[in-house]
Ligand binder design. Structure first.
Ligand SMILES: [Zn+2]
Length: 267
């Protein structure tokens, strides 16, 4: 017999996350709250957990249908399995994206609700946000608070394999002399507040203007986070990542897992 001493309140987590983010990020998150009733705000459901802005053409719908299993495979490849099942909402116009609080982002996640901009309609950006949702699903509150933001973003960048934050972009930034955060600077960006400030400080937040001026778009902060986490993931693998998540949930320091020597392979 399965008895539960306490009611299962897991269904409240996305709502709690939304309220928390609303406190941190202001009204855009409240606009994102409309994703809890997408069909009331101009989205059509085209598959379980997949919504597209009404009026999207057949090619956008087909691309999205393909993107979901590709993104899921990318998340599984890193986490070993996929426990989260985020609802995906794809805007095909900038007006839709703005109305749901997307701002200048390519994509955004609100707890277990993902919002894709018209510029982010690919498996890469879906996988990035899904990585956040998967971590959120696996972490208890204590672990969630202890997770450094730079690691959360670096992991999402690594999972996504997006060209805009790839090793090739890293090399291009270095070759062009664009300042990028050092590992020490990056690892100081541990909170949501610091990350949001750093997006502007390092230039990732200026791409709408660059786009309007026809200039090269740069993402020094996100790319540096991916550049830091990618080799760690290669060395420690899924086993190391799951150990880190378990450690955070148990109240152990992040550094004990991130800076630890990898477990030696069996002879
Ligand atoms: Zn992210």
């Amino acid at each position: 017999m399965n008895t539960r001493p306490f009611p299962n309140l897991a269904f409240l987590r996305p709502l709690a996350a939304l309220l928390l983010l609303a406190l941190l990020q202001g009204c855009s998150v409240l606009q994102g709250g409309k994703l809890f009733a997408p069909q009331s705000f101009g989205f059509e459901r085209i598959a379980p957990d997949l919504y597209v802005e009404a009026g999207a053409d057949a090619s956008a719908r087909a691309r999205l249908m393909q993107a979901v299993p590709q993104a899921e495979a990318a998340v599984r490849g890193v986490f070993g399995s996929v426990l989260s099942r985020p609802a995906v909402h794809a805007c095909v116009t900038e007006g839709c994206h703005r109305a749901f609080g997307g701002g200048g982002t390519m994509a955004k996640v609100y707890g277990d609700r993902i919002l894709l901009s018209p510029r982010g309609l690919s498996w890469h950006y879906l996988a990035h946000e899904w990585s956040h949702a998967e971590l959120f699903q696996r972490l208890r509150w204590r672990g969630f608070w202890a997770l450094p933001r730079w690691f959360d973003e670096g992991l999402a960048v690594a999972v996504s394999e997006a060209p805009e934050t790839s090793e090739a972009h890293w090399q291009a930034l270095r070759a062009a002399g664009v300042p990028v955060p050092s590992p020490v600077q990056l690892r100081r960006i541990d909170s949501l507040w610091r990350w949001e400030t750093a997006i502007q400080a390092w230039g990732d937040g200026g791409n709408a203007g660059r786009r309007a001026r026809g200039e090269w778009e740069i993402r020094p902060l996100y790319t540096a986070a991916g550049h830091e986490v990618r080799p760690w993931l290669k060395t420690h693998g899924t086993v190391g990542l799951l150990a880190l998540i378990g450690g955070l949930n148990a109240g152990e320091p992040f550094e004990d897992f991130y800076d630890a020597a990898p477990v030696a392979a069996a002879p």
